[in-house]
Design a protein around this ligand. Sequence first.
Ligand SMILES: [Zn+2]
Ligand SMILES: [Zn+2]
Length: 380
Amino acid sequence: MNPLKEALKIKDQIIAWRRDFHMHPELGYEEERTSKIVEEHLKEWGYRTKRVGTGIIADIGKEGKTVALRADMDALPVQEENDVPYKSRVSGKMHACGHDAHTAMLLGASKIIAEHKEELPNKVRLIFQPAEEGGNGALKMIEDGALKGVDAIFGLHVWMELPSGIVGIREGPFMAGVGRFDIEIEGKGGHGASPHETIDPVPIAAQVILAFQTIISRNLNPLESGVVSVGTIKAGEAFNVIPERVYMNGTYRFFTQETKKLIEKRIEEVLKGIVIANNASYKLKIEEVAPPTINDSSMASLTKRVAQKLGLKVEEVPKSMGSEDFSFYLQKVPGAFIALGIRNEEKRIIYPHHHPKFNVDEEVLPLGTALEVGLAFGKI
Ligand SMILES: [Zn+2]
Ligand SMILES: [Zn+2]
């Protein structure tokens, strides 16, 4: 069986699925329609399926090790600005990260795998998960047994930084771990004309934000990477009133436990020091959201061999400070997160992930399907 030939045979079908999902985007944990369509097909093709909320676990095959393939199905709260016939029909929601393509590619692979199940050297587990975008849907799937008996796992993500059709593979750390902090600085409010009678939390917050910029530049080893970004800040309602409190939150990124701990420690120390020096008080909530995505070296090289055997062009993809909840699977089972290039200047498919003009070069969809089929048949 030639996975690429099989995938090209159903190319139109894969594109049609992708466009259908694209027109009907659903946010995290609301993937009712999408999962219903996926489940109906899987049952029709002979998979043993299990529901996990709006997620689906499906098995096929009798012998050998178990290879898991994962797709995420959720969309984003973004208003689409593409002028295409398959534009999102739901106002304020859009598949702006390409999860519609992931679902369609894996559905295509599922069909081909089922048609050739007698030749399968492995058992195959499909994981169609909800809520990748900030909802940690992967965790829910794992809690409900998605990784039980699984020997290797692979997940594909369309990738705007890579030219169309290139398979991006990386051994070891690939995507960053992500954390979130929420801060409340409490001072003493009062009249804007009498600052001396108040403890103004606004300049305190300003000092904190500026001092946070030195955590990466002055505290972290320059050869390591990390990010601290304040994302929101909220203080006061009136132009002539000194508010009682300032709220802010933000994100931090890391690749190692040492960096994570250093950032968390410095956020608290810097905040505490500045607040105390100003006679104010604070509340801090700081927590890891997802660990870094770290590919197993042998699974990454297996992916490379499978892709090259299919005649696909492979490149090493640079690390990214973005994050992926696929990291939770990789914490438990060896596997690889794989990038699939979709950038196409001629078609103006150049806008970054989560942008209202994000789009996918659909020519790559059968390539992703073929790669997934190749991995299902791979010698793990
Ligand atoms: Zn995304
Ligand atoms: Zn994504």
